[in-house]
Design a protein around this ligand. Structure first.
Ligand code: CU
Length: 341
């Protein structure tokens, strides 16, 4: 498919504006002017269709909620404890897998459970988290969780590598509430993380947060030629995925984004949302926001909960405010829809 400037405008909903202008002129639609920029307009050519990760499902797929119940029970179980908290048990394995990160562009990833980012782990403060980690890959790996835990559960100290074929059980209390992450902590660290071994780890406060439409967004990037610089940037792995498939939200309903930066080789990454402002809860460890802004910068490993409410229907672009990252795939659309009640 040829992706012209015109089809890109259509994809972001600008055609309705053009149509309105034409009807005011009361005549023929003007022919688009030939432009030297036509052949390098921003946008996507083609589409990634794979079973490795659906960016739309991944947004809301914590604790394997996207997996059919029979399959889910093999990888996730929850058991009520006498004090009312839960024991949450996970089966996570590391496996090498080639993944498609942009149409026709493949990356030899190291993955948790075959997907990048790995499955989102979500508990409530005070729950017990028990993760059985099996290394089915070809290199030593670990799972290093952010949060309170004793050193033997750190997955980062010398001797804690889990070698191919071996299994290790990580077990700790979910604490503190907030937005955390987990990742491999085997050296060379930046390579092990960048290859795809990371995921979101959400701990909810005991009393919960206000009801909202919630999404997990992991800002990541890929060094496809191994020169220690990234060639493809994305949120949730697949470049421009949410340009192709905008994230539908409801006008007037609170939206909560769990935003994590795991980009390697670049010190910072950022989120900019068009046409509105949002509240920022840094690391999600407080119920009071730290700031209200429209551009949020996060260092490597840093994360924040972002809350906003769409006021107007229509399409709202979001992207890294590092223009280079945006042009290389880190861009998407929210599509705000008015609904009754
Ligand atoms: Cu590793």
């Amino acid at each position: 498919m040829k992706f012209s400037r015109r089809t890109w405008l259509q994809s972001i909903g600008v055609t309705s504006l053009v149509g309105a202008a034409v009807s005011r002129l009361g005549g023929q639609a003007p022919q688009p002017l030939p432009s030297a920029h036509d052949n390098h307009s921003m946008g996507v050519i083609g589409r990634v269709v794979s079973d490795q990760l659906s960016p739309s499902k991944y947004l809301r797929a914590w604790n394997f909620a996207d997996v059919p119940p029979a399959e889910r029970s093999k990888v996730y179980r929850e058991t009520k404890r006498p004090d009312g908290t839960l024991l949450r048990e996970y089966e996570i394995y590391a496996v090498d897998r080639e993944i498609e990160i942009a149409p026709g562009m493949f990356f030899p990833a190291w993955t948790y459970n075959g997907q990048v980012p790995g499955p989102t782990i979500r508990a409530t403060e005070g729950d017990r988290v028990k993760v059985t980690f099996r290394n089915a890959g070809t290199h030593p790996h670990t799972m290093h969780f952010h949060g309170w835990h004793p050193p033997e559960m750190d997955g980062a100290l010398h001797g804690q590598e889990v070698h191919p074929g071996q299994t290790f059980v990580y077990e700790f209390d979910a604490d503190p509430f907030g937005l955390h992450l987990y990742h491999c902590h085997t050296v060379p660290l930046k390579r092990h993380i960048h290859k795809g071994l990371y995921g979101a780890f959400i701990i909810d406060p005991r009393a919960g947060r206000p009801p909202a439409d919630e999404f997990v967004m992991v800002m990541n990037a890929f060094d496809t030629n191994f020169d220690a610089e990234n060639e493809v940037y994305a949120v949730n792995t697949i470049a421009n995925a949410y340009m192709q498939e905008p994230i539908e939200v409801t006008v007037g309903r609170l939206v909560r984004i769990y935003l994590i930066n795991v980009t390697e080789f670049d010190l910072i990454n950022s989120l900019h949302l068009h046409g509105m402002f949002f509240d920022v809860f840094r690391t999600g460890t407080s119920l009071a926001p730290n700031e209200r802004t429209d551009t949020l910068m996060l260092c490597q490993g840093e994360r924040a909960i972002v809350e906003t409410t769409f006021r107007y229907p229509g399409d709202f672009m979001f992207h890294a405010h590092q223009s280079e990252f945006a042009e290389l795939g880190w861009m998407g659309l929210f599509r705000a829809v008015k609904r009754d009640s």
